[in-house]
Write a protein that binds this ligand. Structure first.
Ligand code: ATP
Length: 357
């Protein structure tokens, strides 16, 4: 069944779920969009404060009704309370929709995603965060790639984050960034097997139970693709925008397009596409080789009607310095790699709406 068809079938099935005060869930204004991904189905029921317990049975019935038609996909139904339901979909300038909560002290959140793994998403996230800090912004980075956390290595973080007496994490400090990663809480060789609810609750804790202080911007390094973590982050938090990293190959771009399509359907603002490992600079001669052709990601961005934010070359020094926890933006701030990341960061900042509150 196509995703849209499945969402419609689930919505129809929710007509059998009665809600407090009369009426059925299918026609209820607080029912969110039903998000269908290859492995999951998620939606939220927004209720007025104090009505959570009354809506509990409806949530359970909704879960069963959706699971009955969702096949092997995992169904996640969350009950959220806050502002009254309904109203326009999230967009800048409009109030925060029901269920989405700003993180106190953090003015802007941008997430870095990719269609497939290994395209340099985490490297980009770290260097963009450092470039924002170099612009004078108080910046944090959150490693939400719980299945393959690489921020500790990229920033050379050592040890576990301190935990205050009230259970709140104190983030690591690295090159002027505040940084949190589940990676610093695991043994180096520990295989991470997160089941969906565990992963989403771990993300919630890392984001909301960390003493970030006052930040102008928090960069979130997402897992590749789209899954539970994305759904949970975008449903629960006000994310100002997502940048997508892709390499120029056709296959990587196809995956990037799929992720972009899914994010659009979640109503997440897309800030633009970055092409990483775009071209190769020979270390001995400095000659540029367009090994994958040119303009692939730029054309893809145009066809997707989203900004192209810039290209980062494939350079040995990026890999070498990243592997030893010395990202180019701080280890060689005047080098061409650092300049490439800084130019992209400037473009992202120019495209962001004014600071919240
Ligand atoms: N522009 C670049 N030039 C050379 N090497 C790069 C470049 N960008 C990333 N790399 C290297 O490619 C590897 C993968 O990068 P990274 O971990 O950032 O990718 P990712 O997309 O976050 O991967 P994952 O799916 O594991 O999260 C790393 O070894 C990194 O140092």
């Amino acid at each position: 069944m196509a995703d849209t068809e499945l969402a419609a079938t689930i919505k129809a099935a929710l007509a059998a779920v009665e809600i407090p005060g009369g009426g059925d869930l299918s026609g209820y204004g607080g029912l969110s969009e039903i998000i269908v991904t290859p492995s999951a189905v998620a939606f939220a029921i927004a209720v007025a404060p104090g009505m959570e317990a009354a809506f509990g049975p409806a949530r359970e019935q909704a879960q069963l009704a959706a699971q009955a038609v969702a096949g092997t996909r995992k169904v996640m139904v969350s009950l959220t309370s806050g502002k009254p339901p309904a109203g326009p979909k999230f967009s800048h300038g409009s109030p925060v929709p029901a269920g989405k909560q700003a993180v106190p002290g953090i003015k802007r959140i941008i997430a870095v995603g990719s269609g497939k793994g290994g395209v340099g998403k985490s490297t980009t996230a770290v260097n963009l965060a450092l470039a924002f800090a170099a612009e004078g912004l108080r910046t944090g980075i959150l490693d939400a790639d719980l299945y393959g956390p690489s921020i500790p290595k990229l920033l050379g973080l050592e040890g576990r984050p301190a935990i205050r007496e009230d259970g709140i994490f104190t983030p690591h400090s690295a090159f002027g960034l505040k940084a949190m990663s589940i990676g610093s809480m695991l043994n180096p060789d520990q295989a991470v097997v997160w089941r969906g609810p565990m992963a989403t609750s771990a993300l919630r804790q890392l984001l909301r139970e960390t003493d970030w202080g006052d930040l102008d911007i928090l960069v979130v390094d997402l897992p590749p693709g789209t899954g539970d973590i994305h759904i949970s982050l975008f449903q629960q938090s006000e994310v100002d925008g997502v940048v997508i990293v892709s390499t120029p190959q056709e296959l990587a771009l196809i995956d990037a397009k799929k992720a972009i399509d899914m994010l659009r359907r979640m109503g997440v603002p897309l800030l633009g596409l970055i092409e990483n490992m775009s071209y190769f600079i020979a270390p001995d001669t400095g000659t540029r080789y367009d090994i994958f052709g040119t303009g692939g990601a730029e054309n893809a961005a145009r066809s997707l009607d989203m900004p192209f934010l810039g290209a980062v070359p494939l350079v040995m020094s990026i890999r070498e310095n990243s592997d030893i926890g010395q990202p180019p933006v701080v280890s060689a701030p005047n080098g061409s790699e650092a300049q490439a990341f800084r130019a992209i960061a400037t473009k992202i900042l120019a495209g962001l709406p004014a600071l919240r509150g």
